[in-house]
Ligand binder design. Sequence first.
Ligand code: GRF
Length: 207
Amino acid sequence: MSEVRKIRLGALGSGRGSNILAILDNIRGGCLNAELAVVITDRRDSPLRASVAEQGIPVCYLDPNNFSDRNSYDLELVRILRENQVDLVILAGFMRLITRAFIDAFPLKIMNIHPSLLPAFPGLDVQKKALDYVVKFSGCTVHFVDEGMDTGPIIAQAVVPIEETDTPESLSARILREEHRLYSRVIELFAEGRLRVEGRGVYTDAK
Ligand code: GRF
């Protein structure tokens, strides 16, 4: 009997890469039925380059300065992802907006994780913004990616209550723990073919 092919992930990040490493841990621990095929970063100094390479995962640094515009950069991303037979693209702390050409190459196959309960607080420094606004709950969101900043259809969210003593750092740390759980869970649902998209709505089909 032939073995069912695992879905192949391509991960894009610009920073420390804790979400990508958590996903890799879950794969290796048998909690997530997927393969991390390739990691791509746009930052030469991104700590994730070394940490992912240490784990034996191919890492590619693609310098935006070598491209004349966003479109040609994204077309090279698409080429690398296709070369690695990626089924699902996962963004985690990837500090670039992606273009239509990239989205069309992977329709409803590009996800992002964001450390707020979207549509509240898109963009940067959102834990501080949540505290400044004195909201009572924050959390994280996994969504499909469109051309906007953190605007695509929401797949799943996890709620984190805010404490009066929270700082941006303490809140970020608690949200990050939820991010590490939520992203793998959503990838597993995708791998099982259980995510159904109708307009802006993303629904989870029963097993
Ligand atoms: C995470 O908080 C993620 O939600 C946001 O950027 C951060 C990336 O962290 N988009 P890491 O690089 O995965 O550690």
